[in-house]
Design a protein around this ligand. Structure first.
Ligand code: HEC
Ligand code: HEC
Length: 127
């Protein structure tokens, strides 16, 4: 490197270093972008610390389909009393099924005495 740089003038040398600097910044940016993709999000089929667990074999209720819509409207449906949280916890453990997402989006905490009876105190703290 030094030998090659020695053969060119000071201006070209300055330019060469600048390109090298830009190259390194580019590599660092890519490392950051690629690194960021690994941050986990609450998702059903993506194993990770925030995976939303649904017990194997649980049927998907008709009102869940399509999931993209249900994800958005379920809060309103419960607030309007079309559904009750007590129904949800028959299939969902609040700690592993609701809270992982609610904590992520800053939603309200799902905490029902009935859930403790159904699902036990497992992961009561949600960890
Ligand atoms: C994939 C993410 C996700 C999952 C899983 C999830 N929720 Fe939600 N929930 C949300 C979002 C987003 C909102 C809207 C939050 C807001 O508007 O503040 C919400 C809102 C709600 C609300 C309305 C809260 C309010 O303050 O009006 C209720 C009730 C609720 N969810 C119940 C549940 C229950 C019960 C479960 C588990 C069976 C569950 N949610 C699972 C994302 C989720
Ligand atoms: C009969 C069982 C059952 C009941 C009752 C039930 N769920 Fe589910 N729920 C499931 C299953 C199974 C899935 C996974 C669906 C899939 O794999 O696409 C799911 C997925 C979800 C999701 C994630 C959707 C997504 O893809 O992000 C939310 C949110 C949710 N349920 C909320 C609720 C709420 C709120 C209630 C109560 C009103 C409820 N569920 C009642 C079985 C149930």
């Amino acid at each position: 490197m030094g030998k090659i740089l020695g053969m060119i003038g000071p201006r070209a040398k300055k330019k060469a270093w600048r390109y090298l600097g830009l190259l390194l910044i580019g590599i660092a940016n890519w490392a950051m972008i690629l690194g960021c993709e690994k941050v986990s999000k609450p998702e059903i089929r993506n194993p990770g610390p925030l995976q939303i667990e649904v017990p194997a074999g649980a049927a998907v209720p008709e009102y869940h389909v399509p999931a993209e819509k249900w994800r958005v409207v379920h809060g309103r449906a419960i607030n309007l009393r079309d559904f009750s949280e007590k129904e949800c916890i028959l299939c969902h453990n609040p700690q592993t099924g609701c809270q992982k997402c609610h904590r992520y989006v800053g939603g309200k905490e799902i905490k029902l005495a009935e859930a403790l009876i159904l699902w036990g105190s497992r992961e009561r703290d949600g960890r």
